[in-house]
Design a protein around this ligand. Structure first.
Ligand SMILES: Cc1cc2nc3c(=O)[nH]c(=O)nc-3n(C[C@H](O)[C@H](O)[C@H](O)COP(=O)(O)OP(=O)(O)OC[C@H]3O[C@@H](n4cnc5c(N)ncnc54)[C@H](O)[C@@H]3O)c2cc1C
Length: 382
């Protein structure tokens, strides 16, 4: 019998869940509160776990069209020394840097091709564990599974009392797109640390380069990226040719960690930022979210009993997600809050840690993780 899902949120993760379920024979409807379907932001790194999820969603070919392969993630310190050129090196050859709207558009196209119904201007206000999604319009929609992919402030999560904590982290960043020049780096992501500030540079389309400027939340001039970048010019003179190309306008945003008591209750599951928002310091938040969405569809395909599938899914994915959230928070702390007089010690520590395969493997836990469930039941669409 065909099963039906109602999903709150048409961000990258909600759409990945929709596509992966539709490919397995579910009927799916997605509710988006915005009046149009679009993704805000600049570029993103998509590591192998994100690549695998986009493939499962049937969106990879369009998502990676004309984008840069990421072959290396280099970390430089305030003296221009290369501390790391192997961050995330495991499987880095399958990674890409992509414009966020391109990933989102690829997922929308795949969802529509798969017959997913996407309803815009449809605000969700709650979910019930009995498998109902409650809309602001007063409509109550029943489903075999309700999915909350409605972001950091998730009304689905709040209505079920699953929020354990929502923590504003002590760091954040501004995302900028600049014009790409022929002399710009190719197939590489370069991050430079000076004091408590970090600048990342990633080419992500034929004519655009993505830059992120991260700093502590209490760095008022560092945050004021819509007004002036003067103090960034002062701290990063070597990056002036890139900083000069930024058009002021993009806001600095504080990062948030979300922790929940469980990823599911009754017939409702949470994915993406709704379940596990994390700082993007390892470039993993969306990748982990999309991977978990794909894993959810795989688990549902493997077990006939919904509760059994949801329990197996959380058991299979959660420890990887929680570890990635922790490492990402720690990376942000080291990058933005390390005591200034000990900055050279930080460089030595990062250089040393990077030489350890054990540390690399732990930081890369999400990149290397491949969801694994029993073979799909007979009758599965895949
Ligand atoms: C500066 C920065 C850089 C980042 N870089 C990377 C990166 O390089 N790699 C990476 O993997 N991740 C990165 N991330 C993280 C990534 O952006 C998020 O983890 C990802 O967008 C989460 O997707 P989502 O679909 O779960 O949530 P969202 O993108 O927030 O989507 C939620 C959707 O639900 C809708 N919605 C909300 N409430 C309702 C409601 N009540 N009813 C109906 N619809 C609703 C919203 O309008 C939205 O469309 C970055 C984040 C930041 C801030």
């Amino acid at each position: 019998m065909t099963r039906h899902a109602e999903i709150a949120g048409a961000g990258m993760v909600g759409l990945t869940a929709a596509c992966c379920l539709a490919r397995r024979g579910w009927t799916v409807r997605v509710h988006e509160k915005a009046s149009d379907l679009r993704e805000i932001g600049a570029g993103m790194s998509v590591w192998p776990n994100g690549i695998r999820a986009l493939e499962d969603a049937g969106a990879l070919a369009n998502a990676e069209l004309g984008t840069d392969r990421l072959e290396s993630w280099q970390l430089l310190d305030h003296r221009g020394r290369v501390l790391q050129d192997e961050w995330m090196s495991h499987g880095v050859e399958e990674s890409r840097s992509i414009l966020r709207p391109q990933v989102h558009a690829a997922l929308v196209t795949s969802a529509r091709d798969l017959g997913v119904e996407i309803v815009t201007s449809s605000r969700v206000i709650a979910a019930r564990e009995t498998g109902e999604l409650v809309l602001e319009s007063g409509e109550v929609l029943a489903a075999d599974l309700v999915i909350g992919a409605d972001g950091v402030h998730s009304p689905v999560r709040e209505s079920l009392g699953l929020t354990k904590s929502k923590t504003e982290l002590p760091d954040g960043g501004g995302r900028h797109l600049i014009k790409r020049l022929p002399s710009d780096p190719v197939n590489i992501m370069i991050e430079t640390w000076v004091g408590g500030r970090r600048i990342g540079i990633l080419p992500c389309s034929e004519d655009q380069v993505y830059m992120y400027l991260c700093c502590p939340a209490d760095d008022a001039t560092g945050r004021a990226q819509t007004e002036s970048l003067q103090t960034w010019f002062d701290d990063f003179p070597q990056l002036r040719p890139f900083l000069e190309r930024i058009e002021l306008g993009a806001e600095w945003r504080q990062f948030t960690d979300v922790a929940v008591s469980a990823w599911h209750r009754g017939k409702v599951a949470l994915v993406g930022d709704a379940a596990c928002a994390m700082s993007p310091n390892l470039g993993q938040a969306a990748c982990v979210g999309m991977s978990n969405a794909s894993a959810l569809a795989q688990a549902l395909d493997s077990y006939s009993d919904l509760e059994e599938a949801l329990v197996a899914w959380e058991a299979g994915e959660r420890s990887v997600t929680d570890a990635t959230q922790r490492y990402s928070r720690f990376y942000g702390w080291i990058g933005t809050h390390w005591p200034r007089p000990l900055i050279d010690l930080r460089s030595a520590l990062i250089w040393t840690l990077g030489r350890s395969k054990r540390v690399q493997n732990r930081i890369n836990v999400a990149t290397r993780h491949v969801p694994s469930y029993p073979a799909p039941r007979s009758g599965s669409a895949l």
